[in-house]
Design a protein around this ligand. Structure first.
Ligand code: SPD
Length: 263
């Protein structure tokens, strides 16, 4: 890889190429091919099966938005579960909150993290345990497929306390519209409050990324900001939080189009 370019084929007709300084690590884990490379544009980058998971240069957009939005929506997040998130970015943000008593991370790959279980199985066996669940997964292929299903969301509902909520990364509104629509419909059939919000992630396909939230009680659009803890961030602010739920018309159409319509 050294001195050359890494290209991720992000769609069948589009690639993102980054010039490499060097390959720092490469191995085949029981689940994936893992590589850490150093790029000129974004610094160190984690790849799983040649798909960009995160880079030092742009990870904060994603990790701040997958954590601070749910953690400010719940007024007292004490016990939080992260499914996936083996790179540690989500946990780093979560422990900034003084209210956190316990953050549990369930990552399938033992070489990456400390609790080695399948996330779907963990929520299947858990009841009434967490107030926030964050699904920081890979794309819906391979080991993560089960994390994008109605059955999984039903188990997440069960694993949450009566006032709990969850957030999952739900891919690109430009390239995964049908998936987002299906997931939103699934969440809506289980949780009384369902929301979609967006952020930019420069190295992800299309540069625009979605997160889906299901909540039993608290609405992310009704946060009491006067009581919200002050945490240091590079992207997230209360105004960014509110604005992330303002969906452009093309995304609104994904949610509103008749189910059988092609979009
Ligand atoms: N196309 C890549 C999507 C990956 C989303 N999850 C990344 C995990 C970062 N903690």
């Amino acid at each position: 890889m050294e001195g050359t370019w890494f290209s991720e084929l992000q769609t069948p007709s589009m690639a993102l190429s980054l010039k490499l300084k060097q390959t720092l690590h490469h191995e085949k884990t029981p689940y994936q091919e893992l590589a850490v490379v150093d790029t000129e544009a974004y610094g160190r980058m984690l790849l799983l099966d040649n798909i960009i998971m995160t880079t030092v240069g742009d990870e904060f957009f994603y990790h701040e938005m997958i954590t601070h939005v749910p953690l400010n929506t719940h007024p007292n997040p004490r016990k939080v579960l992260v499914i996936g998130g083996g790179d540690g970015g989500a946990i780093r943000e979560i422990v900034k909150y003084p209210s956190i008593e316990k953050a549990v991370m369930v990552e399938i790959d033992a070489r990456v993290e400390s609790r080695f279980e399948d996330g779907s199985e963990h929520v299947r066996q858990t009841e009434n345990a967490y107030v926030v669940i964050i699904v920081d997964s890979t794309d819906p292929i391979g080991p993560a497929v089960g994390l994008f299903s109605a059955e999984f969301y039903r188990n997440v509902y069960k694993a949450l306390k009566a006032d709990g909520l969850f957030v999952a990364q739900t891919e690109s509104p430009l390239f995964n519209a049908k998936l987002i629509r299906r997931l939103q419909d699934d969440i809506k059939s289980i949780f009384p409050i369902t929301r979609l919000y967006l952020t930019t992630v420069p190295t992800y396909p299309g540069g625009l990324w979605s997160f889906s939230m299901g909540s039993k009680k608290y609405d992310p659009l009704e946060v009491n900001w006067r009581e919200a803890p002050q945490v240091k961030t590079r992207y997230y602010t209360p105004a960014i939080h509110q604005g992330a739920f303002a969906l452009p018309p093309f995304v609104q159409e994904i949610l509103e189009a008749p189910p059988e319509e092609e979009y």
